[in-house]
Design a protein around this ligand. Structure first.
Ligand code: ADP
Ligand code: MG
Length: 250
């Protein structure tokens, strides 16, 4: 479903991603951990076309991301094609970024009606189903400020799902939450994983990685240090850097 090969990213002189390889199969949950500044967000942003890549390639569902290959040469996609690719990928950020002046329901309906041109009735029915799925059917008419951080994040997940993406990216979705609100968000993500969604999840929640992850990837300094079965890596990390990191977050 996702294939990242030799991905490099520079910000000016700053070499942030230094040859990342990562493969995620259909229906798998790929958990990514690593210290702050190791390039996790940058990698997700490259997959989601929020950044251009400096070298290497990413394909999602067999489609090259951001480029078209003609006779072995890469050509940039047009804005419209990039928008179309981005629509296939849902992203949930650490900060929920809901529209403050719209209700939970309106937030979830926004993209389907504005971007996908779905009818209001269809979009409303779908949005209510999604809010129910994330446990917020009773909060549909609340504004973000009337919701807890965990509830806002669940609305953000419902909003991403409303675009019916084939792939969901999560960038530290629970890092900004009070500890007692983390569980509900992780449970929604667990249910989503069970439903067969392909997911890449950057998180420090090692319990989630162990329980839900199909693979665990440890990044440091813009490279993948080790990757494999989460339970094996957590129990028996092969590299000192992984050991040291895990000892800090466990
Ligand atoms: P992580 O998510 O693992 O904490 P990031 O991907 O956010 O790491 O950042 C990796 C490195 O790239 C950091 O050193 C950060 O300062 C740098 N960086 C991230 N975004 C930008 C940017 N837009 N411009 C310049 N440097 C950036
Ligand atoms: Mg980050």
């Amino acid at each position: 479903m996702v294939r990242i090969e030799g991905l490099h990213k520079y910000y000016g002189q700053h070499h942030v991603l230094r040859g990342i390889d990562l493969t995620v199969k259909q229906g798998e949950v790929s958990v990514v951990i690593g210290p702050s500044g190791s390039g996790k967000s940058t990698m997700l942003r490259c997959i989601n076309l929020l950044e251009t890549i400096s070298a290497g390639r990413i394909s999602v569902d067999g489609q090259l991301i951001g480029y078209r290959e003609v006779n072995g040469r890469l050509h940039d996609l047009k804005k419209k094609e990039i928008a179309a690719q981005r629509r296939e990928i849902g992203m949930v950020f650490q900060r929920f970024n809901l529209f403050p002046h719209k209700t939970a329901l309106q937030n979830v309906m926004e993209a389907p009606t504005q971007v996908k041109r779905k009818g209001e009735d269809f979009a409303r029915t779908q949005a209510l189903e999604l809010l129910d799925r994330v446990g917020l059917a009773q909060r549909a008419n609340h504004y973000p400020a009337q919701l807890s951080g965990g509830q806002q994040q669940r609305v953000a997940i419902a909003r991403a799902l409303a675009m019916e993406p084939g792939l969901m990216l999560f960038d530290e979705p629970t890092s900004a939450l009070d500890p007692e609100l983390v569980g509900d968000v992780l449970n929604v993500m667990k249910d989503l994983a069970k439903s067969g969604m392909t997911m890449i999840v950057v998180t420090h929640e090692i319990g989630f990685a162990r329980e839900v992850g199909d693979t665990l990837t440890f990044m440091d300094g813009g490279v993948v240090v080790e990757s494999g079965d989460p339970r094996e890596i957590i129990a028996n990390p092969q590299h000192d850097r992984t050991k040291e990191f895990l000892s800090r977050v466990l």
